[in-house]
Every structure is written in structure tokens, then in C-alpha cells.
Design a protein. Structure first.
Length: 218
């Protein structure tokens, strides 16, 4: 993935002195984590509903691009108008409804954090164009660390039948696959306990060893 997100995370790991880490990522974060694992920066990898489930420009990738593009005018408006827009619950619900299954399970603070992140993302269009230009995740079979693919049962943003199946079929043999019940594309928003328990249980089974450059859970 020739993109700034992966390079930025690698630089941050280098600056902190971590050669490898237990990597967990959701959506774009899952895509970045997969690419870092391919570069040998992972001790273990838990990909939660990862994006990038395509090899090249396709109907599937364009559909996701258009979906993100549809959010962009809102992101600009929210950035300009600030709290007057971001704190309005009906607007929050419109943003949340494709990202979670149960909008009412998302606490106000979590909803506001999401709104701030969306409206203050300086790389929004750049990352979108990168994903369309360079294609999705490559060479999944080359990952050589313990992997869990955790898909979300109620994901309507990246439906499993269209995007998750790419990973179900392409990740190395031995990849652990789990379905997170009753949650949408960003499960930590509506059921953080489920996500935390899944991460803790997986990492506990794959503690790994130390490396000369240092390691950490991340």
C-alpha cells in the first residue's frame, strides 16, 4: 500500500523504538495493519472489518469510493460550522446509521468523537484517491504471523458478501476467523466490551517473543 498512513505508522513505531507490535485495526486501520504485517512489523494481527478488500479498480472499489465521497460535503460543512452541527443528534444518527447496527447504543461522547474525527481529517480525499488508484491489499499469503479476521455480522458499510469474502478466501491457511454478533462496521462504537474482550483473548494466546528493537501491544 504505497500510502502515507502506512509510512506514518511505521515512522511512529521507529521513533518509539518498537520493531514489532500486536496490531489491531478496524476498517482503514485494518488495511494499514495488514500492510504493516506484510512488512514484518507485526507480532500478531487482528483485522476488524478491514477495508481494501479488492485487488484493483473494480465496481466494488468504486462503490466504496462513492460512499466515502458522499460523506465529504458533510465533513466540510461540519468543519466550518463546528459544534452547531456536530452535536445535533439527528445529524449524528445519519452519520452513524451505516457505521453501527444500533445507533442508540453509541454514547454521546463516542458520537461526538466520531464527528470530530470525520470533519477534521485532512487526508480524507488523499486516502480515498490512493485506495482507488493503487488498488486494495496485495499478497495476503505472505503474512507470517498469527492472524484473526473479525467480521461484523451487521456490517452494511462493507458487506461481508462483497468485501469480507476477499479476506476469508485470501488470508493464509490457519487464519482464525470470527464473526462479531449484532454489530456494524465500527463495533467499538456500539459494543466496546465485545471488541476489548476479542482483542485481549487473541493477544493472550499469541504473546510472541521479544525482538532487538523492542515490542509492544498496539
Amino acid at each position: 500500500m504505497p500510502s502515507s498512513p502506512v509510512h506514518a505508522v511505521e515512522r511512529a513505531m521507529d521513533e518509539a523504538g518498537f520493531a514489532t507490535a500486536h496490531l489491531v485495526g478496524n476498517s482503514l486501520g485494518g488495511w494499514v495493519a495488514l500492510e504493516l504485517a506484510r512488512r514484518g512489523r507485526a507480532r500478531s494481527l487482528l483485522a476488524l472489518a478491514p477495508a481494501g478488500g479488492w485487488r484493483h479498480i473494480s465496481v466494488a472499489s468504486i462503490a466504496i469510493g462513492l460512499r466515502f465521497l458522499a460523506y465529504f460535503p458533510f465533513a466540510v460543512a461540519g468543519n466550518l460550522l463546528g459544534e452547531r452541527v456536530l452535536g445535533v443528534r439527528p445529524i449524528q444518527r445519519q452519520v452513524l446509521r451505516r457505521l453501527v447496527h444500533d445507533v442508540d447504543a453509541v454514547p454521546p461522547a463516542g458520537a461526538m468523537d466520531l464527528m470530530h474525527a470525520t470533519t477534521h481529517c485532512a487526508a480524507y480525499l488523499r486516502v480515498l484517491l490512493m485506495g482507488l488508484r493503487y488498488g486494495g491489499v496485495k499478497n495476503l499469503a505472505g503474512i507470517r504471523v498469527p492472524i484473526m479476521l473479525a467480521l461484523c455480522e451487521r456490517d452494511v458499510f462493507l458487506p461481508i458478501a462483497r468485501y469480507g469474502v476477499f479476506y476469508q478466501r485470501g488470508l493464509p491457511a490457519g487464519t482464525e476467523q470470527r464473526m462479531l454478533p449484532g454489530v456494524g462496521h465500527v463495533p467499538a462504537l456500539e459494543n466496546p466490551e465485545l471488541v476489548a474482550a476479542t482483542i485481549a483473548e487473541f493477544v493472550a494466546r499469541h504473546p510472541g517473543g521479544s525482538s532487538p528493537g523492542g515490542d509492544c501491544p498496539a
